[in-house]
Structures are given as structure tokens and as C-alpha cells.
Design a protein around this ligand. Structure first.
Ligand SMILES: [Zn+2]
Length: 584
């Protein structure tokens, strides 16, 4: 991409489309250190020298020198011009390009107006005594931090900002578009009045909007700029422009609810902190975070609203592949209060104790039950197992052990419930969880049960797992897609690993190959492959025996209707034999 082409829309697309996903659809990428590597699609090569960096969002080929960002890749791969590539990506990622190619001039103008407004508020806080300044001082915010965040003040006259901008020759309709003013009849008036003003900046440091906190009583307590061409709440995080370097360096970000939490933590020496600009974290915000780090610590208010917002945020982050934890503020109501009272060291201690995704979710369910009561203990386990099913196999495994120790229910029983073998409890299967991001509501028989996913993963890791023990009592793969993939693996298997991905890709249709990619990525079996294999084979065997049992029962009832005593006796023997095997 040439510098300067399509300025804003390019940034917008780049912030929303992950280059690893886009390239990964057409080039088989493998994780190599912090990057991804594959065979270059732009020149002929056997050994991969095509590298994609997720953090930098660029690709580079060490063979032929091709390089660029996500748009450049799409341009070149699909033979499109910039506009075509941008449109293609925008369509796929649901980015609204309406008028984007005409409107970039408008955007530049809107940024400039916001910058002027921010300057106006900034001066207003500093030039003479005002309630805004007093308020921030009382909250213990230093001069340095006020400047760093560009904090300002909107006075309570009705036309201060309006007159200022008007004098600069700015059109009313532009001020309206940004939500800086409103109109009543023939009169225009300022929207932000009697408020401390927090300019909201994007990661390139441009002012995209404002948050205003009411001083004293009055509603709403916080007022945000309305959505505009330059301000979309769901795509931005407050404070990320200042936090991003530290976030990268510490490889973690702390997410808080409010402006004041960000500012207080920052002043307290915790600098990898940002706030979602509403209560619920969005997918786009999670993707934005992933550009800098995979590790997210949610530190929301201790009240119920804050905790349930954290609960929802966790799922969003987990789906986007982040490792999320929840920090509970023990003393005080929010992080702002806590750090002021207890200091940085105490906050870092809380940070260490932040609960992982699973613990937080399970503990929330647990708090509703009395574990001394047998029935409640079972109800709790049912709830907990539902949560486990939304986790990756290896994580779920850890929690199964924990739950067993905690409730005194055997690991086997929990595992059985978890595997979905308890047919009355039709919950979320692990396969749905693993494949959720792509599978979605897909119920056309393409789901692969967890046990089959694990078996496929093991076969990809080590050829000896493709040799199936002869006591499985039936088919190993029951899902049609599982079977297709298994057959493809055995068809090309030469006993060597890694397996020849290209031949696999040739044999499989796009959908199966895509699923296999997700399984490779998401099913983790670190170091206990043999154990997991044994467990999986045992699960398959048990399932097959149960299927047989069911079939025999049907035949018994048919023999019964037929009053065929001989047949019944014979079938009863078989039934008892199978039941004995199941119990073993
Ligand atoms: Zn190349």
C-alpha cells in the first residue's frame, strides 16, 4: 500500500481485521515463536519463509521480499486495488464503508473540531478557578496527570463552546454531528455543561469524542459524545493510547469500568490500564486488545452490576482467544478508591490473586448453593459442568479434578457428566465451545464431539495414535465430519509428523479443513497424550457398548411382543454380558 492512500478507512480496517485470520484463510500458517509462518503464496517455495506478525499486523516474505499490511495482502493475493481490497475486508468484517472514500475529508475535519474543543476545555480547567479543577484536586489527581490525560472543564453557561467554535468558523452542522451542541428552535446550546471533560482518543492519539462527568448532582452523571463518523464506542477503549506501550511490555492489560479508575491507577503507577466505554465489553474491543496482548485482567466495580459486567466480558474475551482473569477489589468499591487508599503494592498483590476465567465463573455458581446439602451439591456440579463445557479440554480437565476434590464426587462421575453422556442434560458441548466462533448455530451435523476432537488432535501429533486398539466395540468416529477427517489422515499417513498439511487440504473440503485447523489450535494435550488417548478410547468403547445395549433392548421388546421366549433368553444373556462390560 502506498503511503497516504485511503488514510482513515485503512486504519479502521486494520484495527478490525486480524491479518493472521485473513492470511490464514488462504495460507496454512503455523505458530513460530511470536509469529506465524507458512509457504509464500507469492513465489514458488518448498520451505516456508513467509512470516506474519500478529502484533505488528504485517506480513513479510524472506524469499521474495513481499511485505505489507492486511490490505496490501488482500490487494496482492486477490489482484484487487486498494479500494477493492478495503471493500472486500469491510464486507467480511461488517465495517460500514458508506461514503468512506468520499468521506475521509469529513473525518479529518471532525477530528480537527474535536481537537479544538478539547483545547478549549483544557484551557477552561486551568485559566481561572472553577468547580472542575476543584473536583479533580479533591479526588487527588495531580497536575501532571491532568495534563497527561488532557482533562478539561465545560462551564455551565449555555454557549461557551459554541461561541468559541463559531468564532473559529466552524459550521453548526459539524458541531451537531459530533454531539458537541444541540439545537432548540433557532438557538444552539452546548451539550456538555458543568462537567469535567475527559477527551477520548484513539490509538493514534486523535480526539474522537468526550466523556463528561457532572460536577455535583444532576443527571446523567456521565455523558458521552454521541456516535459519529469518528467515534464508535464499541471499537475503542479509553486510555489505550497512553497504555499501549506498557501493555505490550508487560504483556497484560487491566480493564476497568470508568474514566476515574483509569486515571487513578495510572497515577498510582499502574499504566497498562484502559476502560471500556460502556458496561459491556464488545468483540471489537477484545480484538483491539489482542493486537497488544492476550492477557486481560478485568477489574470492575465490586457491586453486582460490575461483577455481572465482568462475567459477560469474560466470555467475550475468551471467545476471542484471550486469557482473562478477574480481579476483585476487596477494600472499597472500585479500583480508583482502592489504589488511593492502599497504594500500588497492595493493588499488585490483588493482581496476583486475580481469579482465572474458570474459577471466577464456577465460584459465582457455587455461591448460590449449600455444598453440605447433597441435592444442592449435585445442582452445583451440573451448573459447573456447563461452564466446563465452554472451556478448552485441558482447562476443563484441571477443573474436573478440583471439583472432585471439593465436592467428594468422583472424578469419573464428573467426567461422565461432562462428556455429555448424561443425555437428559443437553447442554453446551465442548465441541460447540471449541468450534463456537466458526460453528455458531451450525447444526447440520458438522459438530465433532469432544472425544473425537481429541483423538484427531492426537493422531496429528503422533502417528502411533492412528493405530486403533481392537477392543473399541464398534466405530471410533461417529460424527460424519470426524470420520471424513480420520479417513483423510489415514489415507495420507506415512508415519511421519508433522503430517503433510497440503495433502490433507487437498483431500478435505474447505469446511472440514477449517474445523481441523481449529481443533489443532484449540485442543491442547500437553504431555499427557497417552493418558488422554486411553481415556478417549475408554469413552468411545463405553459409548459403543451403550449403543449396543440400546439395540438389544429394542430387540428384546420386539421379541417380547412376538412372544419368542428362546430369542428373549438369548438376548437377555447378551444384555447382561454387555452391562457387565460397561460396569468394568
Ligand atoms: Zn515470497
Amino acid at each position: 500500500m502506498k503511503a497516504g492512500s485511503g488514510i482513515n478507512i485503512g486504519d479502521e480496517i486494520k484495527s478490525r481485521c486480524n491479518i493472521v485470520d485473513v492470511v490464514g484463510r488462504v495460507v496454512a500458517l503455523k505458530k513460530a515463536g511470536s509469529n506465524y509462518k507458512g509457504v509464500c503464496p507469492f513465489h514458488n517455495e518448498k520451505t516456508p519463509s513467509f512470516v506474519v506478525s500478529e502484533t505488528k499486523q504485517i506480513f513479510t516474505c524472506f524469499g521474495c521480499g513481499a511485505t505489507g499490511d492486511v490490505i496490501a495482502f488482500v490487494e496482492r493475493y486477490y489482484g484487487l486495488d486498494f479500494k477493492g481490497a478495503a471493500e472486500m475486508l469491510a464486507k467480511e468484517y461488517g465495517i460500514n464503508l458508506d461514503g468512506a472514500f468520499r468521506g475521509s475529508k469529513n473525518k479529518a475535519e471532525l477530528y480537527e473540531i474535536n481537537r479544538q474543543a478539547a483545547t478549549y476545555f483544557f484551557r477552561a480547567l486551568r485559566e481561572r478557578a472553577n468547580p472542575g479543577y476543584t473536583y479533580m484536586k479533591n479526588r487527588g489527581i495531580s497536575e501532571e496527570i491532568l495534563n497527561k490525560f488532557g482533562i478539561g472543564y465545560a462551564d455551565d453557561r449555555w454557549d461557551s463552546l459554541y461561541s468559541f467554535l463559531k468564532e473559529k468558523g466552524i459550521q453548526e452542522d459539524k458541531m451537531m454531528e459530533l454531539g458537541l451542541i444541540s439545537r432548540s428552535g433557532e438557538r444552539y446550546y452546548d451539550k456538555f455543561r458543568g462537567r469535567v471533560m475527559f477527551p477520548i482518543m484513539n490509538t493514534s492519539g486523535k480526539v474522537i469524542g468526550f466523556g463528561g462527568r457532572m460536577i455535583g448532582d444532576g443527571e446523567p452523571k456521565y455523558l458521552n459524545s454521541q456516535e459519529s463518523d469518528v467515534f464508535q464506542k464499541k471499537n475503542n477503549l479509553y486510555g489505550l493510547n497512553l497504555a499501549s506501550d506498557t501493555v505490550r511490555k508487560e504483556d497484560a492489560i487491566i480493564l476497568v469500568e470508568g474514566y476515574m479508575d483509569v486515571i487513578s491507577l495510572y497515577q498510582g503507577g499502574i499504566r497498562n490500564v484502559s476502560a471500556s466505554l460502556g458496561t459491556a465489553l464488545t468483540e471489537n474491543q477484545a480484538r483491539l486488545i489482542k493486537r497488544y496482548t492476550d492477557n486481560v485482567i478485568l477489574s470492575y466495580d465490586a457491586d453486582e452490576a460490575g461483577q455481572s459486567a465482568a462475567f459477560r466480558g469474560l466470555d467475550v474475551l475468551y471467545k476471542e482467544g484471550c486469557r482473562a482473569r478477574v480481579l476483585k477489589v476487596t477494600d472499597g468499591k472500585d479500583p480508583d478508591e482502592f489504589i488511593k487508599k492502599n497504594g500500588r503494592g497492595a493493588f499488585l498483590e490483588l493482581l496476583d490473586k486475580a481469579e482465572p476465567y474458570g474459577d471466577f465463573k464456577i465460584n459465582r455458581v457455587k455461591s448460590r448453593y449449600d455444598l453440605d446439602d447433597d441435592q444442592q451439591r449435585i445442582d452445583f456440579l451440573r451448573g459447573a459442568v456447563k461452564i466446563l463445557r465452554s472451556m478448552k479440554a485441558v482447562e476443563a480437565d484441571v477443573y474436573i479434578k478440583k471439583l472432585a476434590a471439593e465436592t467428594g464426587v468422583s472424578e469419573g462421575a464428573i467426567r461422565f457428566e461432562y462428556s455429555g453422556n448424561n443425555s437428559q442434560e443437553k447442554g453446551f458441548t465442548r465441541a460447540e465451545a471449541v468450534l463456537g466462533s466458526r460453528g455458531g448455530d451450525d447444526t447440520d451435523g458438522t459438530d465433532i464431539p469432544p472425544v473425537e476432537q481429541e483423538l484427531l488432535k492426537l493422531m496429528l501429533l503422533d502417528a502411533r495414535f492412528t493405530a486403533i486398539p481392537d477392543d473399541t466395540e464398534g466405530e471410533l468416529f461417529h460424527s460424519s465430519m470426524g470420520r471424513v477427517i480420520y479417513e483423510a489422515i489415514t489415507a495420507i499417513d506415512d508415519g511421519k509428523r508433522p503430517i503433510d498439511e497440503y495433502r490433507l487440504q487437498e483431500l478435505l473440503d474447505e469446511k472440514s479443513y477449517g474445523y481441523l485447523g481449529l481443533i489443532e489450535k484449540n485442543v491442547i494435550t500437553p504431555g499427557r497424550e497417552d493418558e488422554i488417548f486411553k481415556e478417549d478410547i475408554a469413552t468411545v468403547r463405553r459409548q459403543n457398548l451403550k449403543d449396543k445395549e440400546e439395540k438389544i433392548r429394542i430387540r428384546i421388546s420386539m421379541a417380547d411382543e412376538d412372544e419368542n421366549q428362546e430369542e428373549i433368553v438369548d438376548l437377555m444373556k447378551q444384555l447382561m454380558d454387555i452391562q457387565m462390560q460397561i460396569r468394568k
